[in-house]
Design a protein around this ligand. Structure first.
Ligand code: HEM
Length: 420
């Protein structure tokens, strides 16, 4: 069962991945937004943290890099300085350093550059749907939602298609490092100390490091200067070149971040079609202008990147609470996206929602998702192709959620399709 609306007065512990195995604990977030919008959480595994749950506060704090830093870790787990340095990408840096590195690759991810992929994406979608729909009954996450981001990843980083299932499996092991279905080293249950200098404290990080080094050596030997992996190794405006470790971490970031989040956005849309068949009909029969707004609405609804963490650089007050330098502050995008003061009927999917000031991509801050134009395009083109070919999706069994309080999504969605 999905929580379509918060029904009771929840007190789910937000540090626990188990609080998210039925979807995000929206009743808890709704209560926090209402009663305690700057709530403190004790954290059995380390230093406690603040929870920012209102849309307006998240937006304001995300912008304020003089107050909140990304350079001390972006997840709730504590990290030593050594661990942060070993595992960091430009995502764990602050302006102006962050700006210089980001500029190297920003153009490649811009809306006009990404738009050039549209025809390729459409062809991929046709192939994916040809294969899946031929079966009529299947797991829609495995057969549809997972496929497109994976195949696009290959085009972004320039890897052979044959390597992609392995890469995505490893990317899953990183992002879903709290779900036993995806990793042998469940973060909060196994001893991961041997991997503390690897991305996500995961053994998969070590394997991806090796792959990234080999890929880059092969590209250099072939004189290949195409693509984002080449761009990120160029000197920035200050003449600084990222280290080999930062390069490998960037590779891991793309493999992990570019994949699961888009997959879970597509999965959320498919799940919505199952439980609200009228949405599918609306897209099939409604105005083509719906396609300008629907992808963002599904991405708001999905909120796959549920929070990102910052660390306070100075003392400040919010809603009567005093935050001290060094305190961890979690910006709960998933809560901001259901804030009743920012969205009319936030618990409904409104395909024509406009404006839609959702926070799924970390809007407002300097780290706003680099891949957002690509993600929007993938979601739109895939759903357009699906809507042309399918009139109905029905559940053939229960769906299952990822066990994670960081990345949220439906990992299994058994369906039967009715073809147009
Ligand atoms: C619906 C899909 C996606 C969602 C919801 C999403 C979400 C996010 C969020 C919330 C951030 C901000 C992190 C922060 O504030 O610290 C972010 C950053 C980032 N995303 Fe995405 N993402 C998606 C797809 C993608 C794709 C497809 C790619 C690449 C192929 C990508 C690459 C990145 C990178 C590199 C950053 C770091 C940017 C920086 O620090 O300046 N993302 N993403």
């Amino acid at each position: 069962m999905t929580v379509w609306a918060p029904t009771d007065d929840g007190h789910a512990p937000l540090w626990s991945h188990d609080s998210f195995t039925q979807g995000a604990p929206h009743h808890t977030f709704a209560r926090l937004r209402r009663e305690d919008p700057m709530a403190w959480s004790d954290y059995p595994a380390g230093q406690g943290f603040w929870n920012v749950t209102r849309h307006a506060d998240i937006l304001a704090l995300n912008r304020d890099t003089a107050t909140l830093s990304s350079a001390h870790g972006i997840r709730m787990e504590d990290q030593t300085g050594e661990e942060v340095l070993a595992r960091r990408t430009f995502q764990e840096t602050d302006p102006p350093e962050h700006t210089h590195t980001r500029l190297l690759v920003a153009k490649a991810f811009s809306k006009p550059m990404v738009a050039l992929f549209e025809d390729q994406i459409r062809t991929l979608c046709d192939q994916i749907l040809d294969a899946a729909l031929a079966e009529r009954e299947f797991d829609a996450v495995q057969r549809i939602a997972r496929e497109l981001p994976m195949r696009m990843l290959g085009r972004i980083i320039g890897t052979p298609d044959d390597d992609l299932p392995w890469l995505v499996e490893k990317g899953d092991a990183l992002i879903a490092n709290t779900d036993a279905e995806f990793t042998s080293h469940v973060l909060d249950q196994a001893d991961t100390d041997a991997y503390r200098l690897m991305p996500f404290r995961s053994p998969a990080g070590a394997e991806l490091y090796d792959y990234a080094s080999r890929l880059m050596a092969a590209k250099r030997a072939a004189g290949d200067t195409q693509g984002v992996l080449h761009l990120i190794t160029q000197p920035d405006a200050q003449g600084r070149v990222i280290s080999d470790t930062e390069f490998r971490n960037f590779f891991c970031l793309l493999v992990a971040a570019g994949n699961d989040t888009t997959r879970y956005s597509i999965a959320a849309a498919l799940h919505a079609f199952v439980h609200r068949p009228a949405l599918l009909q609306q897209l099939r029969e409604g105005s083509p202008a719906l396609w300008d707004t629907a992808p963002d609405e599904f991405i708001r609804w999905a909120s796959p990147a549920m929070y990102f963490r910052r660390t306070a650089l100075r003392r400040f007050e919010l809603h009567g609470k005093t935050v001290e330098p060094g305190d961890k502050v979690l910006l709960w995008f998933v809560s901001g996206n259901r804030d009743e003061t920012a969205f009319d009927q936030p618990f409904e999917v409104n395909l024509a929602r406009q404006p839609n000031r959702h926070l799924s991509f970390g809007q407002g801050g300097p780290h706003v998702c680099l891949g957002m134009w690509l993600a929007r395009l993938e979601v739109r083109v895939l759903l357009q192709a699906l809507c042309q070919r399918v009139t109905r999706l029905e559940a053939t069994g229960p769906h299952e959620w990822l066990r994670s309080n960081f990345v949220g999504g439906i990992k299994r969605l058994p369906v039967r399709v009715t073809l147009a």
